[in-house]
Ligand binder design. Structure first.
Ligand code: GLV
Ligand code: GLV
Length: 365
């Protein structure tokens, strides 16, 4: 008997061919490049063995007044695996999966480089007035604007011996480390990071990274675990790269932003929920920090032109494009399909997120 796999987005013929041409799979795919219909989903999910989902599907399900439980119950007892084409999984109902014995696949690692690239891009753009400068030229204002010694000046990412720079990471997983790896080439001299309570400082990692980066920049002082307040106080650029979800909601709040340097830049390329948008808008308006580069914003994609953060001249916002390169998105789609196929043929998934064990995700703010 064939396994039924429902895919909620068109992932392209190369990737989908791996399902459609598999003799043991009966593939059903929503054929358009937009959220699937409510009725299509409910009709097709029935009897599914596997679901390939996107991080936007939760919003769709809520918009249609459905619940994720209802979708899983409609799928029924055959459902064995939900495979999300994302590294984040806070959009998935983990408890619901655990209760039904359904496994979860996700797509870490393959996007580390793409997201690290975008994190550096946002740090540079936010530091150097990139958002405003682009608009200025697009609006045809350059001809009226004469060069002046201190116009358009910003905050510099790169450091030198006489002007040391410290980068900070809130969350120090694979994407954070890929970002640090790039920044060493900018001559930064120190790295501080914070992880959640219960996960110990990564001493071996600190030592091996320090040694490695001293080979590149002899003035590199080291990588050090610090508490959240110290992280905010010491970072010239603070990268937020931790998982979303209730446990990390508003880790970056007014209190933390008030600790940051006036010249510092905040970059968020993880989830909007980690940063209190109102507090950040206030911090920018009142000059507690220099700028912000955001690939994600609380409440996205409903971010209109009059949103307080969009109104802030030194807030550079991208519409959640961190992993959006052709190569990376294709790798993610392929991995999502590989994970489903693994479960259906009783093999280990390449990247499985355990949903049964209780997670301790308390952050030390
Ligand atoms: C993107 O935000 C992802 O979780 O893959
Ligand atoms: C199930 O479809 C989920 O995304 O939780």
């Amino acid at each position: 008997q064939k396994s039924k796999v429902v895919v909620t987005r068109d992932l392209g013929t190369d990737v989908l061919g791996r399902l459609s041409e598999n003799p043991f799979v009966d593939m059903v795919v929503w054929p358009q490049d937009c959220l699937c219909d409510r009725d299509w989903l409910l009709e097709n999910v029935e009897g599914a063995d596997g679901l390939v989902v996107m991080l936007t599907d939760k919003a769709g399900i809520i918009k249609w007044n459905l619940s994720r439980s209802y979708v899983m119950d409609t799928a029924g007892a055959n459902l064995k695996v939900v495979s999300t084409m994302s590294v984040g999984y806070e959009h998935v109902d983990l408890a619901g999966l655990a209760k039904r014995g359904v496994r979860l696949g996700y797509t870490p690692d393959v996007l580390n480089d793409a997201v690290a690239d975008l994190s550096v891009m946002l740090a540079l753009m936010a530091g150097r007035n990139g958002g405003e400068a682009l608009v200025h030229v697009k609006n045809g204002e350059w001809p009226n604007d004469s060069w002046s010694p201190f116009s358009w000046c910003g905050s510099q990412l790169s450091g030198t011996a006489g002007r040391p720079r410290t980068v900070g990471f809130l969350g120090f997983g694979r994407i954070a480390q890929a970002t640090l790896n790039r920044l060493v080439g900018f001559g930064i001299s120190r790295c501080v990071y914070t992880t959640r309570i219960g996960s110990l400082p990564k001493r071996d990692l600190e030592e091996s990274l320090t040694e490695k980066y001293r080979g590149v920049n002899p003035a590199f002082e080291g990588v050090r675990h610090v508490d959240l307040k110290t992280l905010a106080r010491e970072s010239d650029v603070l990268f937020v790269l931790a998982p979303g979800g209730a446990e990390t909601r508003h880790v970056v709040d007014e209190e933390l932003l008030r600790e940051m340097k006036r010249t510092s830049v905040l970059v968020n390329t993880s989830r909007g929920s980690l940063v209190d948008s109102d507090a950040l808008a206030k911090a920018l308006r009142q000059g507690w920090i220099w700028g912000a580069g955001l690939d994600v914003v609380e409440g996205e994609p409903n971010i209109s032109a009059d949103h307080p953060l969009v109104q802030e001249p030194r807030c550079v916002i991208m519409p959640h494009i961190g992993s959006a390169t052709f190569a990376t998105r294709k790798d993610m789609a392929n991995l999502a399909v590989t994970n489903v196929l693994a479960v259906l043929s009783n093999e280990p998934m390449v990247s499985e997120k355990s949903v049964s064990q209780d997670k301790v995700e308390t952050w030390n703010n």
